[in-house]
Design a protein around this ligand. Structure first.
Ligand code: SF4
Ligand code: SF4
Length: 192
């Protein structure tokens, strides 16, 4: 999918200003569930049967359906997302929305390539997401059939989680340590 004459003019204009285009990317032909038209229907995380990522992109580019011609991911036309958000590099397709009303905070939704699950935890993306949350935005991850919202936790929560992890480690270590009885039973008999 890409910015074409069917894409709203302002989106094409912004994409041109930013000098951005789809290039070899076709990740949006994989990460969404498409039910209509039937000719390209596919579940989330399954490539559309016409997709040729890294190659021509779409094998029916000139005849691709309206839903494809009209779609443009957020990175393509939004300078608020730096170049490292290019889906070819980030392995994430961005959508933005105010949910559920315009009065609610701006929400960034990341649809992650299932082959790169968890990539959003890495720099430069993770610090970027933290900054967005810090300024009041919401961030949702859609990944391998799961949806979750990223939240920032305070230092008290982090300290409590570290203490809990130490407790669990200590319990595991204790359960694995051989008892004195077992150690004795394993002592080989003396040979005279
Ligand atoms: S995810 Fe964005 S950059 Fe990639 S093909 Fe779709 S619209 Fe183009
Ligand atoms: S028809 Fe082409 S543009 Fe549309 S989802 Fe399939 S591969 Fe992508």
């Amino acid at each position: 999918m890409s910015s074409t004459p069917d894409t709203p003019a302002w989106i094409r204009h912004r994409a041109a200003e930013l000098n951005r285009n789809c290039g070899p990317c076709s990740l949006c032909c994989r990460v969404f569930t498409i039910t209509k038209p039937a000719s390209i229907a596919h579940p989330r995380d399954v490539w559309c049967r016409f997709a040729e990522p890294g190659g021509v992109g779409c094998r029916q580019y000139r005849r691709r359906p309206k839903v494809c011609r009209e779609f443009a991911c957020q990175w393509l036309f939004d300078g608020d997302f730096a170049s490292y958000w290019n889906p070819s590099e980030s392995k994430m397709v961005i959508r933005r929305a105010n949910y559920p009303t315009d009065a609610d905070p701006m929400t960034t939704i990341l649809h992650v390539d299932p082959d790169f699950a968890g990539i959003w935890r890495e720099p430069p993306w993770y610090p970027d997401l933290c900054e967005r949350i810090g300024r009041g935005e919401r961030v949702w991850i859609v990944e391998r059939g799961q949806h979750y919202e990223l939240v920032q936790v305070g230092p008290e929560f982090q300290a409590a989680m570290q203490a809990l992890a130490k407790l669990v480690d200590a319990e595991i270590a204790a359960s694995l340590a051989p008892s004195a009885e077992a150690a004795e039973a394993k002592t080989p008999p003396a040979i005279s």
